[in-house]
Design a protein around this ligand. Structure first.
Ligand code: PEP
Ligand code: MG
Length: 543
């Protein structure tokens, strides 16, 4: 038995086999080969493995998501058999005497650039598919399989690093825990682990030899134990059973009011990133959705989600929540949430860069599509639209103007929509300081303490070296929250908190005293927080 200690990102116990995850985007090294014929044979073997993987993925997808969605794997198989593609790879191996990985990477880049330059939308979208096929082939050449695609049993996922765009691809039912070497406690990947209710550790360097071995993640002590001894395993199984018992006890709080003993109320909403989180929000008795991070819809795709695709998701979210409020935040990409197909330039300081509302105002084509989808969905339930990363009145006025334009366009087309509540995130010190003026423009505020802490304390939330300095309970942050609540209330806005600090039970009483109206937290944390709130305050004596 070997034990490694890291830092806890989310508590919990997981027991199961390890799967080492390696990045899809590989650094392909170029090297000279002595025998091109042997290299071509190696390439052909990789093609056979990749093709078999795609055939089995097609079968799985057919069962899980239907023929239309499974088709993509057939398209990939066709690309893999395309003679132009194959000839190009073998030609490069033969003439340049380089390794197959390099030849595949070069061919993939060339073909993908060719597709990207085409006029036809459908063909342009194939650029990403060619890249995918090339990456699969490279993975097969390097590892003998592209195992990342094939999570078919629940595993403890161990990786060097995980980007949000990678984390969202996993099927939660195949995951037991996350363990990474890099990453910070305040990153979106950490937030996703909490939303998925999966124990997570950082600071443990993966060793490929762990692949497939039984392990235990103790998300209380921060340890990963490989090949646990019988005694330890039994002990951890008992700890896990106790944890599950505690969780099931919390279930008794479903349907109960979120109110202190002395009658102070708090609305308890859920933070979600997709429809499966909505399911978890309902299971945990959320009173509404306080933050739907719509950018995850974009992160899960290889190309811009269409108006129809977005409309279907927003509508389903509203329908599933059965008349409860759903606050959808408009696209908040940039910083750590990077999406290739947006074609954004690399920046020196992405957290202080071109992100969120700044992108939306500069790319109204993208923004209008989302606003149309949102407004069309609004007839299916009480929808609120929330705008991220606001720093000025001008921005708020500009988004409101765009929203009015889109409404006028829908009216002209006789497309129905319902009245929607408009809100903004208060997650920059600028917004907190002018919250009195901003409040006159909108219906509600939601305080994003994750970014508010980052920008107030000048601490990059992505930088693990700064985790110890990242203090969301810093008096400056708490004062900004207090000011925002007071200004919001003075000008007729209700005020919630949707950053991670909202779930911090040591501050629940403080938030109640400040007059915070709503806390929006990861679904698995809702019932525990309700328990905490119901324990606060002195019961009123009967008179
Ligand atoms: C925040 O900044 O607090 C927030 C909720 O938004 P995100 O974590 O997605 O940046
Ligand atoms: Mg934020």
């Amino acid at each position: 038995m070997e034990q490694f200690t890291g830092k806890v990102i989310y508590q919990g116990i997981a027991i199961g086999p390890i799967r080492i995850y390696t990045k899809k985007e590989r650094q392909v090294k170029r090297y000279k080969i002595a025998d091109p014929a042997a290299e071509i044979a190696r390439f052909e073997k990789a093609c056979e493995i990749a093709s078999a993987e795609l055939a089995s993925l097609y079968e799985v997808a057919l069962r899980k998501v239907g023929e239309d969605n499974a088709m993509i794997f057939e398209v990939h198989q066709m690309m893999l058999a395309d003679t132009d593609f194959l000839d190009s790879v073998t030609h490069i191996i033969r003439t340049q005497e380089v390794n197959a990985e390099m030849a595949v990477a070069t061919t993939g880049d060339n073909f993908s650039a060719m597709f990207a330059a085409m006029d036809d939308d459908y063909m342009r979208a194939r650029a990403a598919d060619v890249k995918d096929v090339a990456e699969r082939l490279i993975a097969c050449l390097i590892n003998g399989s592209s195992e990342n695609e094939l999570l078919s049993e629940p595993v403890i996922l161990v990786a060097n690093d995980l980007a949000p765009s990678e984390t969202v691809q996993f099927d939660k039912s195949h995951l037991l825990a996350f363990v990474t070497h890099l990453g910070s406690a305040n990153s979106h990947t950490a937030i996703l682990a909490r939303t998925m209710n999966l124990p997570a550790l950082i600071g443990i360097k993966p060793d490929p030899a762990w692949n497939g071995r039984l392990a235990v993640v103790d998300g209380y002590c921060g340890t990963l134990t490989i090949d646990p001894e019988e005694d330890y395993l039994r002990q951890m199984q008992e700890k896990k059973a106790k944890e599950e018992e505690k969780r099931s006890l919390l279930q008794q709080l479903r349907g109960k009011e979120t109110v202190t003993k002395d009658g102070r109320r708090m609305r308890l909403y859920a933070n979600v990133g997709n429809l499966s989180d909505i399911h978890s929000a309902m299971e945990n008795d959320a009173e509404g959705i306080g933050l739907f991070r719509s950018e995850f819809l974009y992160l899960e795709k290889e190309d811009f989600p269409s108006e129809e695709e977005q409309f279907a998701v927003y509508r389903t979210a509203l329908e599933n929540m059965g008349g409860k409020k759903v606050i959808i935040r408009t696209l908040d990409i940039g910083a750590d949430k990077q999406i290739d197909y947006f074609g954004l330039e690399k920046e020196e300081n992405p957290a202080l860069g071109f992100r969120a509302i700044r992108i939306c105002l500069k790319r109204p084509d993208i923004f209008r599509t989302q606003l149309r989808a949102l407004l069309r969905a609004s007839v299916y339930g009480p929808l609120s639209i929330m705008f991220p990363m606001i720093i000025s009145l001008d921005e708020v006025r500009a988004v409101k103007k765009l929203l009015e334009d889109v409404k006028a366009e829908l009216s002209l087309q006789n497309i129905p929509f319902a009245p929607v509540e408009i809100g903004i995130m208060i997650e920059t010190p600028a917004a907190a300081m002018i919250s009195d003026e901003l409040a006159a423009e909108v219906d509600f505020f939601s305080i994003g303490t994750n970014d508010l802490t980052q920008y107030t304390l000048a601490i990059d939330r992505q930088n693990p070296k700064l985790d110890e300095f990242y203090d969301p309970k810093h008096p400056a942050v708490l004062r900004m929250i207090q000011t925002t609540v007071a200004n919001g209330h003075a000008h007729g806005c209700w005020v919630g908190i949707c950053g991670e600090l909202g779930a911090n039970e040591t501050l629940t009483e403080t938030f109640l005293e400040m007059g915070v109206d709503e806390l929006s937290v990861s679904p698995p944390l809702i019932l525990g927080l309700r328990k905490r709130i119901r324990e606060l305050g002195n019961a009123k004596e009967d008179v």
